[in-house]
Ligand binder design. Structure first.
Ligand SMILES: Nc1ncnc2c1ncn2[C@@H]1O[C@H](COP(=O)(O)OP(=O)(O)OP(=O)(O)O)[C@@H](O)[C@H]1O
Ligand SMILES: [Mg+2]
Length: 334
Protein backbone atom coordinates (compact mmCIF):
# COMPACT_ATOMS: atom_id res chain seq x y z
CA UNK A 1 0.00 0.00 0.00
CA UNK A 2 1.44 3.36 -0.99
CA UNK A 3 1.43 6.33 1.34
CA UNK A 4 -1.17 8.00 -0.87
CA UNK A 5 -3.68 5.22 -0.20
CA UNK A 6 -3.66 6.02 3.51
CA UNK A 7 -3.98 9.78 3.15
CA UNK A 8 -7.46 11.36 3.34
CA UNK A 9 -8.74 12.70 0.00
CA UNK A 10 -7.74 16.34 -0.61
CA UNK A 11 -10.39 18.92 0.27
CA UNK A 12 -12.71 19.60 -2.65
CA UNK A 13 -12.40 23.16 -4.00
CA UNK A 14 -15.33 24.00 -6.30
CA UNK A 15 -14.79 25.82 -9.58
CA UNK A 16 -15.87 29.44 -9.81
CA UNK A 17 -19.08 29.98 -11.86
CA UNK A 18 -16.97 31.47 -14.69
CA UNK A 19 -14.62 28.47 -14.75
CA UNK A 20 -17.51 26.04 -14.83
CA UNK A 21 -19.40 28.07 -17.43
CA UNK A 22 -16.42 27.78 -19.79
CA UNK A 23 -16.54 23.97 -19.52
CA UNK A 24 -20.25 23.54 -20.17
CA UNK A 25 -20.74 25.10 -23.57
CA UNK A 26 -23.34 27.59 -24.80
CA UNK A 27 -26.50 25.77 -23.68
CA UNK A 28 -26.03 26.57 -20.02
CA UNK A 29 -25.23 29.81 -18.29
CA UNK A 30 -23.83 29.32 -14.79
CA UNK A 31 -25.10 32.11 -12.55
CA UNK A 32 -23.69 31.50 -9.08
CA UNK A 33 -22.33 28.93 -6.65
CA UNK A 34 -25.09 28.05 -4.16
CA UNK A 35 -23.08 25.82 -1.87
CA UNK A 36 -20.93 22.75 -1.67
CA UNK A 37 -20.48 19.70 0.51
CA UNK A 38 -18.37 16.57 0.50
CA UNK A 39 -19.94 15.21 -2.67
CA UNK A 40 -19.70 18.13 -5.01
CA UNK A 41 -20.91 21.67 -5.52
CA UNK A 42 -24.30 23.08 -6.48
CA UNK A 43 -24.69 26.07 -8.82
CA UNK A 44 -27.67 28.13 -9.89
CA UNK A 45 -27.78 28.13 -13.70
CA UNK A 46 -30.03 28.82 -16.67
CA UNK A 47 -30.81 26.50 -19.55
CA UNK A 48 -30.64 29.03 -22.38
CA UNK A 49 -32.95 27.40 -24.91
CA UNK A 50 -35.75 26.74 -22.44
CA UNK A 51 -34.99 29.90 -20.49
CA UNK A 52 -35.49 28.10 -17.19
CA UNK A 53 -33.54 28.15 -13.97
CA UNK A 54 -31.90 24.88 -13.00
CA UNK A 55 -29.51 23.67 -10.34
CA UNK A 56 -26.25 22.07 -11.44
CA UNK A 57 -24.60 19.54 -9.17
CA UNK A 58 -20.99 18.98 -10.16
CA UNK A 59 -19.18 16.02 -8.63
CA UNK A 60 -15.52 16.31 -7.63
CA UNK A 61 -13.12 15.32 -10.44
CA UNK A 62 -12.55 11.60 -10.72
CA UNK A 63 -9.25 10.17 -9.63
CA UNK A 64 -7.51 7.81 -12.02
CA UNK A 65 -7.95 4.84 -9.69
CA UNK A 66 -11.76 5.25 -9.74
CA UNK A 67 -11.77 3.60 -13.14
CA UNK A 68 -14.26 3.55 -15.99
CA UNK A 69 -16.71 1.23 -14.28
CA UNK A 70 -17.55 4.25 -12.14
CA UNK A 71 -18.80 6.08 -15.23
CA UNK A 72 -21.12 3.21 -16.03
CA UNK A 73 -22.37 3.09 -12.47
CA UNK A 74 -22.90 6.86 -12.50
CA UNK A 75 -25.01 6.59 -15.62
CA UNK A 76 -26.99 3.69 -14.21
CA UNK A 77 -27.71 5.49 -10.95
CA UNK A 78 -28.52 8.78 -12.70
CA UNK A 79 -31.08 6.98 -14.84
CA UNK A 80 -32.58 5.34 -11.74
CA UNK A 81 -32.77 8.73 -9.99
CA UNK A 82 -34.40 10.31 -13.03
CA UNK A 83 -37.25 7.78 -12.75
CA UNK A 84 -38.35 9.30 -9.45
CA UNK A 85 -41.31 11.51 -10.21
CA UNK A 86 -42.71 13.01 -7.01
CA UNK A 87 -43.39 16.63 -6.00
CA UNK A 88 -41.32 16.09 -2.83
CA UNK A 89 -38.22 14.91 -4.71
CA UNK A 90 -36.01 17.19 -6.81
CA UNK A 91 -36.41 16.21 -10.48
CA UNK A 92 -33.30 15.22 -12.42
CA UNK A 93 -33.49 16.74 -15.92
CA UNK A 94 -30.22 15.48 -17.37
CA UNK A 95 -26.69 14.47 -16.60
CA UNK A 96 -23.40 14.82 -18.42
CA UNK A 97 -19.65 15.01 -18.32
CA UNK A 98 -17.20 17.80 -19.11
CA UNK A 99 -14.24 17.25 -21.44
CA UNK A 100 -12.01 16.90 -18.42
CA UNK A 101 -14.18 14.15 -16.90
CA UNK A 102 -16.23 16.07 -14.39
CA UNK A 103 -19.63 14.51 -13.96
CA UNK A 104 -22.66 16.69 -13.36
CA UNK A 105 -26.44 16.64 -13.02
CA UNK A 106 -28.90 19.21 -14.25
CA UNK A 107 -31.82 19.29 -11.85
CA UNK A 108 -34.83 21.28 -10.78
CA UNK A 109 -33.87 24.55 -9.08
CA UNK A 110 -35.53 24.88 -5.69
CA UNK A 111 -36.45 28.40 -4.68
CA UNK A 112 -36.20 28.00 -0.93
CA UNK A 113 -33.91 27.18 1.97
CA UNK A 114 -32.30 23.99 3.13
CA UNK A 115 -33.37 22.60 6.47
CA UNK A 116 -29.85 22.77 7.85
CA UNK A 117 -29.86 26.54 7.54
CA UNK A 118 -33.38 26.82 8.96
CA UNK A 119 -32.40 24.78 12.01
CA UNK A 120 -29.22 26.83 12.46
CA UNK A 121 -31.22 30.05 12.25
CA UNK A 122 -33.60 28.81 14.93
CA UNK A 123 -36.65 29.59 12.79
CA UNK A 124 -38.54 26.39 13.40
CA UNK A 125 -41.75 25.79 15.30
CA UNK A 126 -43.62 22.57 16.06
CA UNK A 127 -46.01 23.49 13.23
CA UNK A 128 -43.11 23.21 10.77
CA UNK A 129 -42.31 19.76 12.13
CA UNK A 130 -45.94 18.68 11.82
CA UNK A 131 -46.05 19.85 8.20
CA UNK A 132 -42.65 18.88 6.85
CA UNK A 133 -41.94 15.50 8.47
CA UNK A 134 -45.10 13.89 7.01
CA UNK A 135 -44.26 15.42 3.60
CA UNK A 136 -40.72 14.04 3.79
CA UNK A 137 -41.97 10.62 4.89
CA UNK A 138 -44.43 10.63 2.00
CA UNK A 139 -41.73 11.39 -0.58
CA UNK A 140 -39.33 8.82 0.89
CA UNK A 141 -42.09 6.18 1.02
CA UNK A 142 -42.74 6.78 -2.68
CA UNK A 143 -39.06 6.17 -3.46
CA UNK A 144 -38.87 3.12 -1.19
CA UNK A 145 -41.86 1.62 -3.01
CA UNK A 146 -39.77 1.98 -6.18
CA UNK A 147 -36.85 0.21 -4.53
CA UNK A 148 -34.75 3.37 -4.03
CA UNK A 149 -33.16 4.24 -0.69
CA UNK A 150 -31.84 7.78 -0.20
CA UNK A 151 -29.00 6.75 2.17
CA UNK A 152 -28.03 10.31 3.06
CA UNK A 153 -31.11 11.92 4.59
CA UNK A 154 -29.81 14.96 6.46
CA UNK A 155 -31.00 18.57 6.78
CA UNK A 156 -28.61 19.89 4.08
CA UNK A 157 -30.26 17.55 1.58
CA UNK A 158 -33.79 18.59 2.54
CA UNK A 159 -35.00 21.78 0.86
CA UNK A 160 -38.10 23.71 1.83
CA UNK A 161 -39.63 25.95 -0.84
CA UNK A 162 -40.86 29.41 0.09
CA UNK A 163 -44.38 27.97 -0.30
CA UNK A 164 -43.63 25.44 2.44
CA UNK A 165 -43.23 22.30 0.31
CA UNK A 166 -40.38 19.88 0.89
CA UNK A 167 -37.97 18.84 -1.89
CA UNK A 168 -35.45 16.09 -1.24
CA UNK A 169 -32.12 16.41 -3.06
CA UNK A 170 -29.19 14.05 -3.68
CA UNK A 171 -31.33 10.93 -3.86
CA UNK A 172 -29.10 7.85 -3.85
CA UNK A 173 -26.10 10.02 -4.64
CA UNK A 174 -23.99 8.60 -1.85
CA UNK A 175 -24.16 5.29 -3.71
CA UNK A 176 -22.29 6.94 -6.56
CA UNK A 177 -19.21 7.69 -4.59
CA UNK A 178 -16.26 5.97 -6.23
CA UNK A 179 -14.97 2.87 -4.49
CA UNK A 180 -18.09 2.33 -2.40
CA UNK A 181 -18.71 -0.93 -0.62
CA UNK A 182 -21.96 -2.87 -0.67
CA UNK A 183 -23.49 -0.48 1.84
CA UNK A 184 -22.75 2.36 -0.55
CA UNK A 185 -20.49 4.03 1.97
CA UNK A 186 -16.75 4.33 1.80
CA UNK A 187 -14.44 5.45 4.56
CA UNK A 188 -14.20 8.69 2.64
CA UNK A 189 -17.94 9.17 2.57
CA UNK A 190 -18.19 8.52 6.29
CA UNK A 191 -15.50 11.05 7.04
CA UNK A 192 -17.23 13.69 4.93
CA UNK A 193 -19.85 15.70 6.76
CA UNK A 194 -21.42 14.45 9.92
CA UNK A 195 -22.14 10.77 10.52
CA UNK A 196 -24.82 11.69 13.10
CA UNK A 197 -27.62 10.93 10.65
CA UNK A 198 -26.38 7.51 9.56
CA UNK A 199 -28.09 4.37 10.77
CA UNK A 200 -25.77 2.10 12.79
CA UNK A 201 -25.85 -0.62 10.11
CA UNK A 202 -24.39 1.84 7.55
CA UNK A 203 -21.12 1.74 9.50
CA UNK A 204 -20.80 -2.04 9.18
CA UNK A 205 -18.63 -3.00 6.27
CA UNK A 206 -20.49 -5.14 3.78
CA UNK A 207 -23.88 -4.40 5.37
CA UNK A 208 -26.90 -4.12 3.13
CA UNK A 209 -28.58 -0.81 3.78
CA UNK A 210 -32.32 -0.77 3.17
CA UNK A 211 -35.23 1.67 3.55
CA UNK A 212 -35.03 1.40 7.33
CA UNK A 213 -31.74 3.36 7.21
CA UNK A 214 -33.79 6.32 5.92
CA UNK A 215 -36.23 5.77 8.82
CA UNK A 216 -33.34 6.17 11.25
CA UNK A 217 -32.02 9.30 9.54
CA UNK A 218 -35.45 10.94 9.43
CA UNK A 219 -35.75 10.17 13.15
CA UNK A 220 -32.52 12.13 13.73
CA UNK A 221 -33.84 15.00 11.59
CA UNK A 222 -37.11 14.99 13.57
CA UNK A 223 -35.20 15.11 16.86
CA UNK A 224 -33.02 17.96 15.62
CA UNK A 225 -36.00 19.96 14.36
CA UNK A 226 -37.69 19.60 17.74
CA UNK A 227 -34.72 20.28 20.00
CA UNK A 228 -31.99 21.98 17.92
CA UNK A 229 -29.67 19.11 18.86
CA UNK A 230 -28.70 15.82 17.30
CA UNK A 231 -29.20 12.76 19.47
CA UNK A 232 -25.93 11.12 20.38
CA UNK A 233 -25.10 8.41 22.88
CA UNK A 234 -27.79 8.19 25.52
CA UNK A 235 -30.05 11.06 24.52
CA UNK A 236 -32.88 12.80 26.31
CA UNK A 237 -36.39 12.46 24.90
CA UNK A 238 -37.40 15.63 23.03
CA UNK A 239 -40.11 16.55 25.55
CA UNK A 240 -37.43 16.76 28.24
CA UNK A 241 -35.21 19.00 26.11
CA UNK A 242 -37.73 21.72 25.45
CA UNK A 243 -40.86 22.89 27.26
CA UNK A 244 -44.11 22.27 25.45
CA UNK A 245 -43.04 19.43 23.14
CA UNK A 246 -45.81 16.87 22.88
CA UNK A 247 -44.54 13.68 24.61
CA UNK A 248 -45.89 11.58 21.74
CA UNK A 249 -42.84 12.74 19.78
CA UNK A 250 -40.67 10.88 22.32
CA UNK A 251 -42.04 7.51 21.30
CA UNK A 252 -41.79 8.30 17.58
CA UNK A 253 -38.13 9.30 17.87
CA UNK A 254 -37.41 6.37 20.16
CA UNK A 255 -38.83 3.91 17.65
CA UNK A 256 -37.13 5.49 14.63
CA UNK A 257 -33.73 5.50 16.34
CA UNK A 258 -33.65 1.85 17.35
CA UNK A 259 -30.20 0.35 16.72
CA UNK A 260 -31.84 -2.87 15.59
CA UNK A 261 -33.62 -2.00 12.36
CA UNK A 262 -36.21 -4.75 12.95
CA UNK A 263 -37.40 -2.71 15.94
CA UNK A 264 -37.80 0.52 13.92
CA UNK A 265 -40.79 1.53 11.84
CA UNK A 266 -40.60 -0.92 8.97
CA UNK A 267 -42.09 1.64 6.62
CA UNK A 268 -41.31 5.33 6.74
CA UNK A 269 -44.97 6.13 6.00
CA UNK A 270 -45.81 4.88 9.52
CA UNK A 271 -43.48 7.48 11.00
CA UNK A 272 -45.12 10.20 8.90
CA UNK A 273 -48.61 9.05 9.88
CA UNK A 274 -47.76 9.13 13.60
CA UNK A 275 -46.41 12.67 13.33
CA UNK A 276 -49.50 13.70 11.38
CA UNK A 277 -51.69 12.22 14.12
CA UNK A 278 -50.11 14.61 16.62
CA UNK A 279 -51.36 17.48 14.49
CA UNK A 280 -54.92 16.21 14.42
CA UNK A 281 -55.51 14.16 17.56
CA UNK A 282 -55.48 15.79 21.01
CA UNK A 283 -53.09 14.45 23.59
CA UNK A 284 -54.83 13.15 26.69
CA UNK A 285 -53.52 15.18 29.62
CA UNK A 286 -53.18 13.60 33.06
CA UNK A 287 -56.16 14.76 35.11
CA UNK A 288 -56.04 15.44 38.81
CA UNK A 289 -58.92 13.77 40.66
CA UNK A 290 -60.05 14.34 44.22
CA UNK A 291 -58.51 11.71 46.53
CA UNK A 292 -61.93 10.21 47.21
CA UNK A 293 -62.42 9.41 43.52
CA UNK A 294 -58.93 8.07 42.91
CA UNK A 295 -59.78 4.55 44.05
CA UNK A 296 -62.82 4.13 41.85
CA UNK A 297 -61.74 5.97 38.66
CA UNK A 298 -58.36 5.36 37.02
CA UNK A 299 -56.23 8.44 36.42
CA UNK A 300 -55.80 9.05 32.71
CA UNK A 301 -52.20 9.26 31.61
CA UNK A 302 -50.61 9.79 28.22
CA UNK A 303 -48.78 7.20 26.10
CA UNK A 304 -46.09 5.18 27.82
CA UNK A 305 -43.44 7.86 27.85
CA UNK A 306 -41.97 6.01 30.83
CA UNK A 307 -40.56 3.51 28.37
CA UNK A 308 -38.58 6.29 26.73
CA UNK A 309 -37.35 8.05 29.83
CA UNK A 310 -36.17 4.73 31.22
CA UNK A 311 -33.56 4.34 28.50
CA UNK A 312 -32.49 7.93 28.21
CA UNK A 313 -29.81 9.71 30.17
CA UNK A 314 -28.65 13.22 29.28
CA UNK A 315 -26.11 13.62 26.54
CA UNK A 316 -27.60 15.63 23.69
CA UNK A 317 -25.29 17.45 21.30
CA UNK A 318 -26.20 21.09 20.77
CA UNK A 319 -26.16 22.37 17.20
CA UNK A 320 -24.22 25.60 16.94
CA UNK A 321 -26.38 28.63 16.37
CA UNK A 322 -29.75 26.93 16.87
CA UNK A 323 -30.99 30.17 18.41
CA UNK A 324 -34.62 29.38 19.13
CA UNK A 325 -33.85 26.53 21.42
CA UNK A 326 -32.93 27.09 25.03
CA UNK A 327 -30.06 25.09 26.50
CA UNK A 328 -31.23 21.77 27.97
CA UNK A 329 -30.18 22.74 31.49
CA UNK A 330 -32.34 25.88 31.21
CA UNK A 331 -35.31 23.87 30.04
CA UNK A 332 -35.02 21.21 32.68
CA UNK A 333 -35.26 23.70 35.54
CA UNK A 334 -38.33 22.91 37.65
N1 LIG B 1 -31.85 21.60 -6.49
C1 LIG B 1 -31.42 22.58 -5.70
N2 LIG B 1 -31.91 23.83 -5.83
C2 LIG B 1 -31.46 24.86 -5.06
N3 LIG B 1 -30.51 24.71 -4.12
C3 LIG B 1 -29.98 23.48 -3.94
C4 LIG B 1 -30.38 22.37 -4.72
N4 LIG B 1 -29.68 21.28 -4.31
C5 LIG B 1 -28.88 21.70 -3.33
N5 LIG B 1 -29.04 23.01 -3.10
C6 LIG B 1 -28.33 23.85 -2.11
O1 LIG B 1 -26.95 23.67 -2.30
C7 LIG B 1 -26.33 23.37 -1.06
C8 LIG B 1 -25.10 22.54 -1.30
O2 LIG B 1 -25.50 21.26 -1.69
P1 LIG B 1 -24.48 20.05 -1.69
O3 LIG B 1 -25.26 18.82 -2.00
O4 LIG B 1 -23.33 20.38 -2.58
O5 LIG B 1 -23.93 20.04 -0.21
P2 LIG B 1 -24.41 19.25 1.06
O6 LIG B 1 -25.80 18.72 0.85
O7 LIG B 1 -24.20 20.14 2.22
O8 LIG B 1 -23.39 18.06 1.20
P3 LIG B 1 -23.31 16.68 0.37
O9 LIG B 1 -22.28 16.90 -0.65
O10 LIG B 1 -22.89 15.69 1.39
O11 LIG B 1 -24.67 16.41 -0.19
C9 LIG B 1 -27.44 22.68 -0.25
O12 LIG B 1 -27.22 22.76 1.13
C10 LIG B 1 -28.65 23.45 -0.68
O13 LIG B 1 -28.81 24.61 0.12
MG1 LIG C 1 -26.38 17.59 -0.73
Amino acid sequence: MSENDTLPPPAFVPLTPTELDAKLGPQIEVIELIGHGGMGAVYKARQIRLNRLVALKVLPPLEKRDGWDFHERFQMEAKAMAKLDHPGIVTIHDFGETEDNMLYFIMEYVDGEDLHRLIQDGQLSVEHVLSWIPQLADALEYAHQKGMVHRDVKPANLMITYEGHVKITDFGLVKMRPGRGRAGLTEASLSVGTPCYLAPEAFESGADVDNRADVYSLGVVLYEMLTGMVPRGAWLPPSQCRIGIDPRFDLIVYRALQTNRDARYQRIAELGAEVLAIATEPYPRPRRKPASMAKTEPVMVGPSVVAVTAVATPSPVPVAGAGLYAAPTELLKP
